[in-house]
Ligand binder design. Structure first.
Ligand code: MN
Length: 286
């Protein structure tokens, strides 16, 4: 494990909390909690992982969004989505749906299965004030459309958005906050290093296995499955997998530094804008 001073260091570590959302889906909220309210421009991170239908079958029936982006990434199982503009499809294992809600949509997100494992993530990313009322749009890619890089030690990097040092570009493009979204899978004991944009906010979330990286005192800290670490200053991500390997998500994006007003499924800059979103929804103008 290197103690390279340019390596990204952990400034905060949190573990998700069990909660329920939608019509009664049991999930783990990792960001959007009292421990980690947000990491500008990231607003929320949920992980749902269960092979018990009762945990997920109720799904997320019709609900609105305005002012930000919802990013759904599936590891196992399928989710059918359907919106009020006639857009419909199924997100399959390994697939991504990047939905820019913009001025607003009403949609449902329902499991496309009655048993078996459902495992995935939903991340919310804020939009700048200038794009909160943009036309809604989707960028959707299947597992086969997301490029994979193989690094030394058989490390696999799936690039959803952004570009790696080796030049692999993710298929999701033209996102306001210039994000990087990597799914990194490290065999036991391997080390991974990747330069990062120093102006971005960054975090890593371990979804299986364990890994280690330095903290601000340059002590090597271990992250276990279910741990999220907010990463501070540094020029490159340097992680070392534990004895069972590690699978993790790495996210990086430009902070907006704008006021954030949250109102459930709406995220705007002011309370007045939240109230307007509620009225627009109630009056059928979303
Ligand atoms: Mn939704």
């Amino acid at each position: 494990m290197s103690r390279d001073n340019s390596a990204l260091k952990i400034i905060k570590k949190v573990t998700g909390r069990a909660t329920s959302d939608g019509a009664g889906v049991n999930l783990t909220r990792i960001m959007g909690t009292p421990e980690l309210n947000m990491l500008d421009p990231f607003l929320l991170l949920d992980e749902f992982q269960s092979d018990k239908a009762d945990d997920y079958i109720a799904g997320f029936p019709d609900h609105p969004h305005r002012g930000f982006e919802t990013v759904t990434y599936m590891l196992a199982g399928k989710i059918r989505h359907k919106d009020n503009a006639g857009h419909e499809g199924v997100i399959e294992p390994g697939g991504i749906q990047w939905m820019t809600a913009g001025r607003g949509i009403i949609h449902s997100e329902m499991p496309e299965q009655e048993d078996g494992l459902l495992w995935g993530f939903q991340l919310w990313i804020n939009l700048p004030a200038t794009q909160k009322m943009t036309e809604p749009k989707y960028q959707e890619f299947s597992k086969d459309e997301i490029p994979r890089e193989t690094r030394d030690g058989n490390i696999i990097v799936r690039v959803i958005t952004g570009e790696t040092i080796l030049g692999t570009e993710g298929p999701v493009k033209n996102i306001a906050t210039n994000p990087v979204y990597l799914d990194i899978r490290l065999p036991a004991g391997t080390e991974f290093s990747e330069p990062v944009a120093t102006s971005n906010n960054k975090f890593i979330y371990v979804y299986s296995g364990s890994l280690s990286l330095p903290d601000t005192g340059n002590r090597i800290m271990k992250l276990e499955t279910g741990d999220l670490a907010v990463l501070g200053q540094g020029e490159k991500l340097c992680i070392t997998a534990g004895t069972d390997g590690a699978n993790c998500l790495f996210l990086s994006a430009l902070p907006l530094n704008e006021p954030v007003a949250r109102g459930g499924p709406f995220v705007m800059n002011t309370r007045d804008e939240i109230e307007q979103a509620v009225r627009d929804y109630q009056e059928g103008n979303l």
